[in-house]
Design a protein around this ligand. Sequence first.
Ligand SMILES: Cc1ncc(COP(=O)(O)O)c(C=O)c1O
Length: 341
Amino acid sequence: MDAKDIDYYALGFEFIETKTMFVSNYKDGRWDEGTLVPFGNFEISPAACILNYGQGIFEGMKALKTKKGDHVLFRPEENAKRFNDSASRMLIPNYNVDKFVSAVKKVVKANEDYIPPYDSGGALYIRPIMIGTGPTVGVKPANEYKMIMFTVPVGPYFPEGFTGIDLEITKKYTRAAPGGTGSSKTCCNYAGSMLPGKEAKERGFAQVIFLDAVHKEYIDEVGAANFFAVIDGVLVTPKTAGTILPGITRKSILELASKKIGMLTEERDISYKELFEVSCTEAFCSGTAAVITPIKSVVLEEKKRIFSEGEPGEITRKAYEMLTGIQRLDIGDEFGWVEKI
Ligand SMILES: Cc1ncc(COP(=O)(O)O)c(C=O)c1O
């Protein structure tokens, strides 16, 4: 789609084709330098490992326009490192961190006409993927890979935006088991989460809250976002013990809360039962796509809890203002998290 035909003020989180993508190939034991090419389809063997055994990973990050008109990225090295952590878990060859960040900058620059205006609140979402393209019949890693980065202009992930979402705690489905692939951004984790998400949406919820697979008691995460709650005045979030994605937004919020909001923070097991106690005063979820989305209510079977009378809580609002302020350079980036392109 032509950049000038897009209504940047009405964007949701749907695919829109942009002009250019970055492609790098791995063959004979090494990655090539990669290059920008027009966005388009490519051929793949029906025996490709990604098609048969799901040997693939991805990342998600955003390029934003600041008030001054600069184009910026948020902690891109963190995405590069997590990309390699996911790659290692899937026996995919790692990609040089500096080359990853340089490729992100190249693909954003090539598609800069698609970066939504500052006042739209939108972003240019960057989607790096890495897939096993070599043919395999037995279950073993491919010998050839592709790394592709494409971009999509996006608005809010949850249409409810900052007004808050209603979530259903599921005991029927789990997302990841200890020792599995929950902490990797691998395609298969997401395919398995689509049915629980669909069923919850049919019942009027924005998403599900997944519990741990062993006890079905402790909160893992929310669809494709991390979970936070304020309990007894402490900002708590599930610890990263291998079953949840170690979110970059999550990590940033923990640092902001302790260093800028002056709160105690804790990474620990959080029983879903705690959400129904009066000591739990706020809840929100976080992610590149979700940013900080307040949780208005949670439901488990017949039980429902509405947080702060259905309004975003005070800590949620502070964390949101601080995080988005830094991300768009409306306030000083004292942590050095923002990189200009
Ligand atoms: C399962 C899952 N949890 C959490 C997150 C949040 O991670 P980040 O803050 O790095 O975007 C994501 C990605 O957006 C995710 O897919």
